[in-house]
Design a protein around this ligand. Sequence first.
Ligand SMILES: [Zn+2]
Length: 271
Amino acid sequence: MPEGDTIFRAARTLHAALAGDRVTRFETALAPLARVDDQEPIAGRTIERVAAAGKHLIIDFSGGLHLRTHMRMNGSWHIYRPGERWKRPRRDMRVVIGTARFVAVGFDIPVAEFLDDRALRRQEDLRRIGPDLLGEQFDADEVLRRMTARPDAEIANVLLNQRVVAGIGNVFKSEILFLAGINPFVECAVISEADLRRVLAISRKVLRINVEHDRSDRITMNSLDRSRKLWVYGRGGEPCRRCGTPIEYRKQGTDARGTYWCPRCQSRNDG
Ligand SMILES: [Zn+2]
């Protein structure tokens, strides 16, 4: 699943390319979207805004129509100039939104639906999303409320739960907990409020850096050496970059997502 910074950057790029322009071309391989387009054509509408909401990407069209997409594992949006050759095969195309200046192509997008204003407000997945780490106003108190409502949940699983806080994916989960010095398997209730707030502050910083950084790879290390980007993720069995202890790896949670951690540096709250 892409991290929140990927969606945020995709939304920013699409917004810069499309917002304010009229749709000259709309195509879709998804039947439910095609049905809406038949009844209320998308071409001719103006694209008002493209924004991220957690891991959802919302495109607002004039006339009160909104396209919600979710990328899951493999979905992505590309921007091309009209006539430019696509970098992925046409069979992977799900949605095409063209203007006079740009063509936005959504490839392999598994979740996409048109919503009117009312349906957008009522959309369950969106309503339940926790505060967005990349949002301009981030409500840390609300996240803490949602965390303390899950006292038995392990902190790494809580960070991945978009209903608690939106934006963290599996890579950053391990990295953030390393930076905070907290063991990923510790239950929320055991961690002090000060430490939870620190985890959130680190999360916000890591995501922001990766949005500004604007490359497809991720960094959590402040290193000039380009081969040193991450502290623990993907480094099972290798020495910790801080203390030399071998990095451990284990699958965690109901979705069995891989977790990496240093048993020595992350011994806070071990009891
Ligand atoms: Zn270490």
